[in-house]
Design a protein around this ligand. Sequence first.
Ligand SMILES: Cc1cc2nc3c(=O)[nH]c(=O)nc-3n(C[C@H](O)[C@H](O)[C@H](O)COP(=O)(O)O)c2cc1C
Length: 379
Amino acid sequence: MVKLFEPATFRGVELRNRIVVSPMGMYSAENGYVTPFHLVHYGQFAMGGAGLVYVEQTSVSRPGRITNGDPGLWEDGQIEGMAAIARGIKAHGAKAAIQINHGGRKSGQQRAFRGNGPLTDRDREMGEESWQARGPSDRPLGEGWPTPEPLTPDGLVGVRDAFVAACRRAVLAGFDVIELHMAHGYLLQSFLSPLANFRTDDYGGGLENRMRFPLEVARAVRAALPSATPLFVRISATDWIDGGWEIEDSVIFARELKALGVDLVDCSTGGNLVAGATNSNLKRGPAYQAPFAAQVKREAGIATGAVGMIRTPDLAEKLLQDGDADLIYLARQMLYDPYWARHAAEHFGLTGDFEDWPEQYGWWLAKWGGALRAAGETL
Ligand SMILES: Cc1cc2nc3c(=O)[nH]c(=O)nc-3n(C[C@H](O)[C@H](O)[C@H](O)COP(=O)(O)O)c2cc1C
């Protein structure tokens, strides 16, 4: 039995397989609104056979955007564009997820493909807007980065309510799964990590205090979502830095998330400080983050997603067979091959003659494949 192609069900939402297109910011929204680019971009992954297709990190507020090119769900007008994407994904048999985020002290930076650093005067001359970033404390991400303004108690309530409102809009747009972004140094993760959170109130200090705000957000969102809508959370399982957030903290946090009704923890890592200082203990390699998904699953008793340099169907299958994770997330490999899931099914001999492909393609490919075979060639 190939586990990668076994359906997985969360709160009654059935994924046709365990292949997930990981959230990937495209930095191509206009004024917080998605464009035809996004419609085509996300639709191709659903046609390519994935079980769950994520729409990229989407901001709860205008100043919560990481870049000028981030989409948002901070106003009702943004629902329709997102709804078209969700419909497009679902029309091709995948389920649609969306990742909801606030950029925190990383808000207001360059689009990744334009440098991924703080905005420069040149960026501003090119029309990029800049704004005041907010965070748990006034500690910038690193040298040369803007100093964030610490969120006040009222500010925290505002951000929590913005998460709830954005998640409600995501449900109205037709998304099947909602994910809260609590990884990569953005606002919610920066509350968790002792490398970013230097507050002296109830939201800083010991682990319990640092978990308080992210858990308040998750609890409020869970309460606002329909009970049939799964809630996932992406974490950075470790900061990869001595004295930072560690896997043991992630296990404790995942237990808390599970208790309040979170259905899956998607285990990424890092992102808390800029390159150079960041990830000092990190060694990248195939599936290098999967051991964290395995540990969270085993010790917190919650479903997990494994992500990071998982490229081959055999490796994806092995992680599932070993019980390391419930879902396999792929990012860059999906950009390279949006039909990865269909090619993986071929690899395992689960489809012979393109019968599972969109019928508009499959009929032709079956005939063409036959003709090529007759001529001694293959597709
Ligand atoms: C273009 C691009 C954009 C990304 N944007 C996001 C994002 O919006 N949210 C997120 O949690 N991770 C984001 N990531 C990280 C990926 O989801 C994934 O965790 C990472 O790329 C490792 O997986 P991979 O080795 O399969 O690429 C992004 C990655 C890429 C390549």
